[in-house]
Design a binder for this molecule. Sequence first.
Ligand code: NAD
Length: 251
Amino acid sequence: MIDLTGKAAIVTGGARGIGKATLHKLGSLGAKLVVADMNPETTNATVEEFKKLGYSAIAFVGDISKEDQCVALIEACQNEYGSVDILVNNAGITKDGLLMRMKKEAWDAVIAVNLTGTYLCTQAAIKYMMKQKSGSIINLSSIAGENGNVGQTNYSASKAGVIGFTKACGLELASRNIRVNAIAPGFIATEMTDAIPEKIRLSIQNSIPLKRAGQPEDIANAVAFLASDASSFITGHILSVNGGGFLPGAG
Ligand code: NAD
């Protein structure tokens, strides 16, 4: 049984999709929650929802591509709960387009949130985790970072960057008992993937060996494992949660 009682957990991009499902899971396992997102309405509504379920939860509204806001986020968790035990770097965006036509703004925006935001929040969090001599950081990569994807050179580069960052952090922080792992989801049904035309969505689903889209809860379960002592000998690892997308003959 996974027990996160008393652990303070921050999830960026926590007001919907995978982030919200992850907070729900961590809260149900006893963690005290920080819902961090840039959308004030959905962030506050999520906190209210969680409080009704009996979870401890606070809101942090901010943009994790900005250094001062990442520092303020981690401080808010420390001030409210007295520790920073779990950080899930989940906030992410897409700005898809073929490389031939990709504007530099689309490149910069995706790298700023997906990769630089992950670096900034991690750097701010380890200040406290190093003093505590404990912590678990889980970064959201993607199957696109492992395989590449047409129309997603910016997104694939950002998510491949998250993989390298995770492995380097795993090595650098192990002596301080801070574990750093990543999850590489395959196709997960959220508002992010709702933007894909239905015909393409169905053909992606059909190419998955388990013959379904993943659900946000599939990722939340993997995060809960990596956040907990059940994974205490795992660091620098990239966990693919993709319905068998890498099996020979898949896709
Ligand atoms: P989503 O778009 O449904 O939710 C993302 C959340 O992040 C939103 O609430 C948004 O407001 C927030 N956000 C965006 N930019 C932010 C910023 N600068 N600061 C703070 N919050 C910000 O996305 P999702 O599908 O739940 O994906 C979550 C993570 O999983 C992302 O990193 C994504 O790249 C990754 N992922 C998703 C899939 C998928 O199929 N859905 C697959 C692989 C990886």
